[in-house]
Design a protein around this ligand. Sequence first.
Ligand SMILES: Nc1ncnc2c1ncn2[C@@H]1O[C@H](COP(=O)(O)OP(=O)(O)OP(=O)(O)O)[C@@H](O)[C@H]1O
Length: 305
Amino acid sequence: MEPGIIEVKGLRKEYGDFVAVDNLSFSVEKGQIFGIVGPNGAGKTTTLKMLSSLIRPTAGSIHMKGLDIATNAVEIKSFLGFLPEESPLYEGMEVDDYLMYFAELYCVPKDQAKKRIRELLFDLALNPDGKKIGDLSKGMKRKVAIARSLINDPDVLIYDEPASGLDPMTSRYITDYVRSLKQSGKTIIFTAHNLYQVESLCDRILILKGGRLVTLGTAEEIRKEYGKIQYRLEFKVDDITDYNISEVIKEVDESYVVITNDIDVVNQTTKWVASKGGDIVEMRTIVPSLEEIFLELMGVELFVD
Ligand SMILES: Nc1ncnc2c1ncn2[C@@H]1O[C@H](COP(=O)(O)OP(=O)(O)OP(=O)(O)O)[C@@H](O)[C@H]1O
């Protein structure tokens, strides 16, 4: 198999005695959207900061396009765009001037920078109307930070919670925009707490907990490996007293509900209901969402009605 555009091996970060990231290995293929999820403090931001050369790993290696980040950080930065979780912007500046300033830092020729800024503002539906950055809404500020991350037209984007804390419309806009960046050939690693967003957007997902990899794969692979398919059978009978097929039975409205992962329980219950002259109200399969699997992997007990 060809090496990925990003290859991470045995990555570790210690802060004093505390191990924030431990023996993390993964690879990202060109043109993929790769999502990193995990509870607060899992080590997501620390990982992204190491990928962006903002902090140095304690151990392990990171290669991008075959270049070792330990010795080629400057070259890697030229094709990398980083969006921090909280991006301090120069509040007193106007958006165009701010983006032009970063374009100059990245040595983008002026004419090219002007064209690029125009395109970015258009694509992100950003119309600052001469306002200073400090006077923009939170969603607009996030869009400015995204525009800044793209000013040098990088191939690899590292986005820390790009759409968090925004209203649903802006959040959706940014999610769709990230999808369009993939379509234009960019490789994107991002972190998020919204697992529906991650599931709909990512080619591959890495789940982190306590700095360690819990699992890595497509949403489908993770679902297959960890998701227990359950059956929910709802029925009506006059007398439930001699039912003893499943230990877990609930009364919901006028019906009884059995939830089980054992198809035999479903078959036996169906027969028992028929023998009692009762009716099956509904029988359905419950496929777990990524969010449910995530919560279960994190040790949170789930209840299904
Ligand atoms: N500079 C630092 N010094 C000491 N500990 C740190 C430092 N930065 C992060 N940590 C610790 O490392 C752990 C991982 O932090 P990190 O910010 O990477 O988590 P995260 O998964 O991004 O969390 P969140 O979802 O809350 O953003 C946390 O326990 C955090 O307190």
